[in-house]
Design a protein around this ligand. Structure first.
Ligand SMILES: *Cc1c(COP(=O)(O)O)cnc(C)c1O
Length: 416
């Protein structure tokens, strides 16, 4: 277990990266487990298609006595089932490349973009939704490449929220991160910047004081991390999270629902409670995407609904994330949850709570809503917008709007 000795270098994130575990032999040596020749052959074939990289820190969390059932091991170590491509699997299930106006940017929602600023990760999650790219182009994009993304954001005034992702943005060095953040923060129409990272989970030592000095300068910065199992929240991650929280950065967490890892209401409840204890607000639980090689990780959607049922009412409201299915083909995130409305009449709504109590909400007899004609000057509600709001509404919002006469939304290939 040489590589797992906690000497002073252990806490040096660059040392951890330099000692990433990328071969089966090394895993065998470190964990003291041996695979049969036959098994090794299959695993090697898997690694040819989807490479492996694990930080010594993350591997040290594995229970070597029970690797078959270990949630850390399952997220880090290849499984020959990754080579099974099922009929519905897609290379790019979320159509991130189709919705990309310039390299590195996915612009899907009206007011926000996803900006990939790193092509590499400290640990290659076996369940990565961008599995097609893992280990492909192990590099940090050049300033010129990143500049093109920044220019797109500059030239697109509707963007008010920029989500930095990758790969992992925290694999860039401090100066590079500072440069990107400063460029984006200087764009007048950008109101919020978010960073999506798995660093607090797989390499918490990367959250150094000098990184904090950089992040602290940006007062509209949010960070979302990616804990999937309560045993990932170690003392070391807790230290990293505390530093980020102390720097005033709001923290969120996105989990992926994974078969054999966290598809259990009790595990999920423990996870969200441990997160809020560390000042991390659970944000999303994702249904596992239809990426190639993920079939063995996928659960049915009902499992996610069951988990949501086990949370609402049973624990603190702010510990409850939204369960979402990221629509295959690029439709964005669709929230899914148990049904709480049981029935409805002209003036009553029948609801049920988490205990199964059925209750009635009597609606007001004289509710008169303010009709909206999009002219805030003509309205008695107090929103002082400078001009008439010209935003064009779309989708279901449009069907509901007073000022729009649209009655139906029709598929573009409708025959009649
Ligand atoms: C998830 C995602 C976002 C952010 O969505 P939020 O619901 O605002 O967190 C933005 N763009 C893309 C392409 C995404 O996949």
């Amino acid at each position: 277990m040489e590589v797992l000795k906690r000497n002073e270098k252990w806490y040096d994130w660059r040392w951890q990266l330099k000692h990433q575990i990328t071969t089966l032999d090394k895993v065998e040596e470190v964990l003291g487990t041996w695979f049969s020749e036959n098994k090794k052959k299959k695993l090697k074939d898997t690694l040819e298609k989807f490479p492996m990289a694990i930080t010594p820190y993350y591997l040290s969390l594995v229970d070597a006595e029970d690797i078959e059932n270990d949630p850390i091991f399952k997220q880090a170590f290849p499984n020959e089932k990754e080579l099974i491509i099922s009929k519905c699997d897609m290379v790019d299930p979320l159509s991130e490349e189709k919705d990309s106006p310039v390299d590195g940017i996915t612009h899907r929602y009206p007011d926000r973009v996803l900006f990939h600023i790193s092509n590499t990760c400290a640990m290659y999650c076996r369940h990565c939704t961008r599995k097609r790219k893992v280990g492909d182009k192990e590099c940090i994009p050049s300033r010129d490449e990143i500049q093109k993304g920044i220019d797109y954001i500059k030239q697109t005034p509707v963007i008010r929220d920029v989500l930095l992702s990758g790969g992992d943005p925290f694999l860039l060095n401090d100066e590079y991160i500072d440069w990107i953040l400063s460029e984006i923060a200087a764009i007048p129409h950008v109101e919020v910047i978010r960073i999506g990272t798995r660093i607090p989970v797989v390499l918490p030592f990367r959250i150094t004081d000098s990184l904090i000095d950089v992040l602290e300068k940006y007062d509209n910065l949010w960070i979302n991390t990616h804990f999937n199992h309560p045993s990932e929240i170690t003392k070391d991650s807790a230290i990293a999270l505390r530093k980020l929280a102390k720097a005033g950065i709001p923290l969120g967490n996105q989990s992926v629902l994974l078969s054999g890892v966290n598809d259990c209401p009790r595990i999920m409840k423990k996870l969200v409670q441990k997160l809020v204890k560390n000042r991390v607000r659970p944000y999303y639980i994702y249904q596992c995407d239809l990426s190639e090689g993920l079939e063995h990780f996928r659960t049915c959607i009902g499992k996610g609904i069951e988990i949501m049922e086990s949370l609402r009412g049973h624990t603190s409201g702010f510990a409850i994330p939204t369960f979402v299915v990221d629509a295959p083909g690029g439709g964005g995130k669709i929230p899914v949850m148990p049904n709480y409305i049981i029935s409805w009449s002209a003036n009553k709504v029948v609801l049920r709570n988490y205990e199964g109590v059925i209750t009635t909400y009597k609606e007001p007899d004289n509710y008169r809503q303010t009709m909206c004609e999009l002219d805030c000057n003509d309205c008695n509600l107090n929103l002082k917008l400078e001009d008439k709001d010209k935003t064009r509404v779309i989708g279901i919002e449009k069907l509901l709007a007073d000022y729009d006469d649209t009655i139906t939304l029709n598929p573009s290939d409708l025959l009649r």
